[in-house]
Ligand binder design. Structure first.
Ligand SMILES: NC(=O)c1ccc[n+]([C@@H]2O[C@H](COP(=O)([O-])OP(=O)(O)OC[C@H]3O[C@@H](n4cnc5c(N)ncnc54)[C@H](OP(=O)(O)O)[C@@H]3O)[C@@H](O)[C@H]2O)c1
Length: 357
């Protein structure tokens, strides 16, 4: 039986098979990551970098000379020491964040602005040149966050909306990053100082048939069987957000931020850590044989971060190293606006009450 577009990522088995078959398809690369793609003088923030893909990205960008800030829920500070050791760079820093908790995201932004971060002396902490939003989960069941949201919705989508908006509002990016950049900004297309915001998305964003606007942000109960399907839905929200973010940050055909998104393909990471215990040995074997190592899977993300090919590009999406259009639902400006408005309203609602928690 042929697996239809809508069924490809509906359960762990078809999702794994789809991931494997995608790896064996022919892909035309958009370009290549070169040893000369260096990041000296750039500050790269990689979140969810205590494990898997994020950790491998942190090591690679540190090797390329970037100052690295890891934003992690666990492994603070020891994972930074590991990145230092593997990359040979001492310029690696780590901050705690739990993306399931709005208070923790706010605290991360406060910490990022702290003068003491990276030992920069007086003034603000390091400004971010390249942000890599990587943290993600596939939970075995629904769980409530401290603010009453569903955890996968929060970690895989909504935390990114909040985090990116807070970073822009607080001028944490190297261009000053006003939310609506003024039209006289000196940044021109082709200027390599344009900050990059990179989202680790997934091809599974193509799977959902439609948006469920009426249920936006509402807590829902589910078990592992539904988890993979919802994972694709939240990646659709993330991808729609990334396109809309680029639209809003780059009005009038002028690039103020490069918003870049990608699917790394199947990665032999810890993403399936919550799979039923009986399946774990099998999954480990399949992942070990067929899936890419995190270091290899990191290449497209590092390419987006370091290559001159993306200078002045307002938006791009890669699957592995190939350029692709995002799903038409994600590209539709009406969907982008609707998602933005709903997200902003939810954010306002939660922020108003968040002090009571
Ligand atoms: N693996 C794949 O086949 C695949 C395919 C396509 C896309 N992706 C995407 O790639 C990204 C990285 O995943 P991975 O495969 O490398 O999985 P992973 O090894 O499980 O890494 C996930 C990272 O996210 C962090 N994280 C989870 N919940 C968090 C929270 N509440 N606050 C802060 N950090 C949190 C984890 O931190 P802890 O260590 O503290 O748990 C970990 O560092 C995800 O966005 C995933 O959706 C993966």
């Amino acid at each position: 039986m042929e697996v239809t577009r809508q069924k490809k990522y509906n359960n762990p088995v078809t999702a794994t098979l789809t991931g494997i078959s995608d790896l064996f398809r022919k892909h035309v690369p958009a370009g290549e990551l070169k040893p000369s793609d260096r990041l000296e003088g750039k500050t790269v923030l990689v979140d969810g970098s205590s494990s898997g893909l994020g950790f491998a990205i942190a090591v690679d960008v540190a090797r390329r000379g970037a100052r690295v800030i890891m934003a992690c829920r666990s492994g603070v500070p020891e994972m930074a020491e590991k990145v230092k050791k593997l990359s040979g760079s001492p310029d690696v820093h780590i901050l705690h964040v739990d993306f399931s908790d709005i208070r923790s995201i706010k605290q991360l932004v406060v910490n990022l602005r702290s003068p003491s971060l990276c030992g920069d002396g007086p003034g603000e902490g390091s400004k971010i040149d390249i942000l890599i939003c990587n943290a993600g989960i596939v939970p075995k069941e629904s769980r409530k966050t401290p603010q009453g949201l569903e955890e996968m919705f929060m970690v895989n989508y909504f935390s990114k909306f909040i985090f990116v908006n807070l970073l822009i509002e607080n001028q944490c990016f190297s261009n000053g990053g006003t939310a609506l950049p003024d039209r006289n900004s000196k940044l021109e297309i082709g200027n390599s100082n344009i900050p990059r915001i990179i989202f680790i998305a997934s091809e599974s964003h193509r799977n959902p048939e439609k948006f469920e606007w009426n249920d936006f942000g509402k807590y829902r109960d589910y078990k592992i069987g539904k988890s993979i399907e919802l994972y694709g839905y939240y990646k659709l929200l993330l991808t729609t957000f990334s396109v809309e973010l680029s639209r809003r940050l780059n009005p009038d055909c002028k690039t103020n931020f490069s918003v870049l998104s990608m699917c790394p393909g199947p990665v032999n990471s810890n993403i399936a850590r919550e799979a039923p215990k009986a399946f774990i040995p099998l999954l480990k074997t399949v992942f070990g044989i067929f899936f890419k190592s995190p270091a290899k899977a990191a290449i497209p993300a590092v390419y987006l971060a370091a290559s001159k090919d993306f200078n002045g590009i307002p938006f791009d999406y890669l699957f592995l190293m190939s350029r692709k259009e995002v799903d038409e639902k994600a590209a539709d400006p009406e969907n982008g606006k609707r998602l933005w408005d709903l997200s902003q309203n939810l954010w306002k609602e939660l922020d108003g009450s968040y002090r009571h928690y």
